[in-house]
Unconditional design. Structure first.
Length: 319
């Protein structure tokens, strides 16, 4: 599903912040949140759209979203770039002056903003993120109650967001589990499970949650997960991180066996080796920890042959 206009420009701004060499114009990546409201109205005036506060409210009464307001006011504009530039200004004015008139684009823009603040470490607490997720759950449930399909509702929400909502949920719940906050993690897993097309990530989260109370059953479910096809390397490495603490030896070897054919870079191989070294250290296998450390210290490019030799070593030593 294609990104909606505001989400598209939010994504462009995020990408530009990471790579300023990206070709774009200043207005396309400008953060309008700090711009004074008078300056925003002046931008409309400079573009030939004469409007004051009273006129804005009058037109907004006829609209249910910033998008419909832009269609009403910018109907005669033929140049897409000018339309988008003025739409972004109208969107920001709407966001500030009409907080009671929520739309999907307004809600997801705020969700994007809170996720960005969280990822940047600029939140004093998790409360804003938790409030945003609670509101997201409420919107999802309202749409499902109205007859929409859960997965389609979540996909639609994703089209209004510059963030990968699924990846954020996985990362955030994973952090909760790392911090032993299993109660809130369990709540989020339960609420969001019906809405996501699970490619193994939510299954792994449920396994990690189960390990708090029943590690034996958690290992059994992880073994079943490993039998599925097309598991990604990222998922397997995350599973390996879990196995380091909770997993049994057969699962450790299976994770290595499944991961090796998917390795493409030295960095990926080193990540796998780091988990292995931690696994051996926790189990007092100083011999294998030493062998793994030697591989980590090598500066040679990645070699699948080298990785396969490492696997054979483990198969022999961990019988």
């Amino acid at each position: 599903m294609e990104l909606q206009t505001k989400a598209l420009y939010n994504l462009l701004r995020l990408n530009y912040a990471q790579d300023p060499s990206l070709p774009c114009e200043e207005w396309q990546v400008e953060d309008l949140r700090p711009v004074p409201i008078d300056a925003l109205f002046k931008r409309l005036k400079d573009a030939g759209l004469l409007m004051d506060l009273a006129a804005f409210h009058r037109y907004a009464e006829e609209s249910d979203s910033p998008e419909s307001l832009a269609e009403l006011l910018l109907v005669d504009l033929e140049e897409p770039e000018i339309y988008d530039r003025l739409y972004l200004v109208l969107f920001e004015i709407w966001r500030r002056l009409l907080p009671e008139k929520q739309s999907l684009s307004i809600f997801c823009d705020e969700l994007d903003h809170q996720i960005w603040l969280f990822d940047a470490g600029k939140l004093d607490s998790d409360e804003p993120i938790q409030d945003a997720l609670a509101n997201l759950i409420e919107i999802l449930e309202e749409n499902v109650d109205a007859g929409a399909k859960p997965v389609e509702v979540f996909a639609t929400m994703g089209s209004y967001s510059s963030q990968d909502l699924f990846s954020f949920l996985v990362d955030y719940i994973s952090e909760l589990l790392d911090g032993d906050n299993e109660l809130y993690a369990a709540e989020l897993i339960e609420h969001f499970s019906p809405y996501v097309l699970d490619d193994g990530w939510f299954a792994l989260l449920r396994i990690r949650l189960l390990a708090f109370t029943d590690p034996v059953k958690a290992n059994q479910q992880l073994a079943a997960l490993f039998e599925k096809k097309d598991l990604s390397l990222d998922l397997l490495l995350e599973a390996l991180r879990f196995i380091v603490v909770f997993g049994e030896k057969p699962l450790f070897l299976t994770a290595i066996r499944l991961s090796l054919p998917l390795l493409e870079t030295r960095e990926e191989f080193e990540e796998l080796l780091t988990f292995c070294a931690d696994y051996f250290r926790r189990r007092d296998r100083e011999d294998l920890e030493l062998e793994t450390s030697k591989l980590l210290k090598r500066a040679s490019p990645f070699s699948l042959n080298e990785a396969q030799k490492f696997e054979k070593l483990l198969q022999v030593q961990l019988k």
